[in-house]
Design a protein around this ligand. Structure first.
Ligand SMILES: [Zn+2]
Ligand SMILES: [Zn+2]
Length: 492
């Protein structure tokens, strides 16, 4: 640990955000510090060195949500049992936002208790309404603003300590911007010391932060997916969709889909000003999507096929199975199918030789026989000469070996023992016509290998050893399970 950084503040930070199972001064061994730092680095997509280096310090200083990372840490690190979480929340008592739970009803009321005096009240009310609408657009929930009397969810601005426990005291500009409590406490708190804004440009965007904190009041925890609204670090309003697919799946998991029709996603440009904001303004920008085959409309992390020609498509913390007949499943969580597997894998391959699933992320790899993680995994595959962050993994029938692609190189990898074969890596030029940076590949039952990158596919002929066709996979490959999705997509 760096001796220039006060260890006391490091401890407070890691305790506040849920990286120690036992809070309290002087109770953490150096090994626990290293493990806590490693967990934090995994959640924030930094190399998990366990060392307090400059990028880690920089990440810790960035503005963020004050609610802890308990769940995203568990998803990112594949650990953190419910029992461990229970113990942690029991010790914090009421002072800590308690994970889990949902509202037993679909119609919820809210009230803005106070707001920064320099923001016009009607703009704040419209921004808050828009933030709640983000969530009701994609779930069965409905919200309305309560006049007087009780409200299910209350939004309040506070300075410093505000009777939530010292751990939750606000810290002035920067650092923790806001925090909220899981159901059914119904409270979101915002730091009055921030310079809040409802326009793009200077200041913290209040709309984005309200939308995130409302997510917590509905029962959503922090997401390990970088693009998710529910990721713990503050994001500016961008032109991208405000809710990512991961946010939508999370809220639908608790409350189900909208009662009528599909989820509606809205891009950030709809929320750049609130003077005259109303729901009709964005009718041209709304996009209805069916999440059953959401992967069809965006890019995926990895893809493979098993011996029965089922496709497995991976994105974030979910996967889809497309049967040989071209029917796509609903999105399923990676857990419990592959226990301990982190979200956002780099590459996946199913071995025809051993019938095992291989997953790669960063420098590590996982191997499963069925749903059982094999002994010795995850292991540091980069230490065996395998590339870190491989683009694509493939079981290549001709060589009876795995092939890992990374940039302009490929590696042929034996399974027993796991390791790179002699004379590799070699140049990607051996795969005539194949571009670098593919997202995944599989061997189809027509015996061709299909590679995928963004919306494009490349069909590689194993006999001719070159690419023989290319096109758009979602619309041109019926077996990718996207034909329904293509006809369902409604653009207003
Ligand atoms: Zn949060
Ligand atoms: Zn509070």
């Amino acid at each position: 640990l760096s001796c220039t950084f006060p260890i006391f503040f490091l401890q407070l930070f890691l305790e506040k955000y849920g990286y120690f199972s036992e809070p309290g001064a002087g109770t953490h061994s150096p090994a626990e510090f290293t493990e806590a730092l490693r967990d934090f680095q995994r959640v924030t997509h930094l190399p998990p060195s366990g060392v307090l280096d400059a990028p880690t310090l920089h990440q810790m200083a960035l503005p963020r949500c004050g609610t802890d990372d308990g769940d995203s840490r568990a998803a990112g690190a594949g650990r953190g049992s419910p029992a461990r979480r229970r113990r942690r929340t029991a010790q914090h008592g009421r002072s800590c936002p308690v994970a889990g739970g949902r509202w037993p009803k679909r119609h919820l009321t809210y009230r803005v208790v106070n707001w920064p005096p320099y923001l016009p009240q009607h703009e704040v009310r419209l921004a808050v309404r828009a933030a709640f609408e983000l969530w009701s657009n994609v779930s069965s929930l409905l919200f309305w603003e309560a006049g007087d009397g009780p409200a299910d969810i209350r939004l309040t601005f506070f300075h410093g300590d505000h009777n939530d426990g010292l751990n939750n005291a606000f810290d002035g500009p920067g650092g923790a911007l806001a925090h909220a409590f899981f159901p059914r406490r119904g409270e979101a708190h915002f730091d009055s010391a921030e310079r809040w804004s409802l326009h793009s440009g200077k200041g913290r965007n209040l709309f984005i932060v309200v939308a995130h904190e409302v997510g917590h009041t509905l029962g959503l925890q922090h997401s390990p997916v970088k693009s998710a609204l529910m990721s713990p670090y503050y994001k500016k309003l961008s032109k991208d969709f405000v809710l990512s697919w991961d946010d939508i799946l999370a809220v639908q998991n608790l409350y189900g889909k909208p009662s009528k029709g599909s989820a509606i996603q809205l891009p950030g440009k709809v929320f750049t000003h609130f003077q005259d904001w109303n729901t009709d303004l964005y009718s041209r920008d709304r996009q209805q999507r069916s999440l059953s085959n959401y992967y069809c409309h965006s890019f995926f992390d990895a893809i493979t096929a098993d011996g029965d020609h089922n496709l497995y498509i991976f994105k974030g913390s979910h996967y889809w199975v497309v049967s040989a007949s071209g029917n796509a499943s609903d999105p399923r969580p990676l857990q419990p199918r592959w226990p301990g597997l982190p979200a956002g894998v780099d590459a996946c391959a199913w071995s025809q030789l051993t019938g095992k699933f291989y997953f790669f992320k960063g420098g590590r790899c996982w191997r499963y026989a069925g749903s059982k993680l094999e002994a010795g995994f995850p292991r540091k595959c980069s230490a065996l000469g395998l590339p870190r962050h491989p683009d694509t993994a493939l079981y290549f029938q001709q060589l009876r070996r795995l092939v890992l692609f990374k940039g302009a190189k490929y590696f042929v990898v034996g399974e027993e023992p796991l390791g790179v074969e002699p004379y590799y890596p070699r140049s990607l030029r051996d795969w005539a016509g194949l571009p670098p940076g593919t997202a995944g590949a599989l061997t189809h039952r027509d015996a061709s290998v299909y590679f995928f990158r963004d919306e494009q596919y490349w069909k590689f002929d194993q006999a001719k050893l070159r690419v023989v066709a290319t096109g758009k996979w979602a619309t041109q490959l019926a077996w990718m399970g996207c034909w329904d999705a293509n006809s369902e997509q409604v653009l207003f």
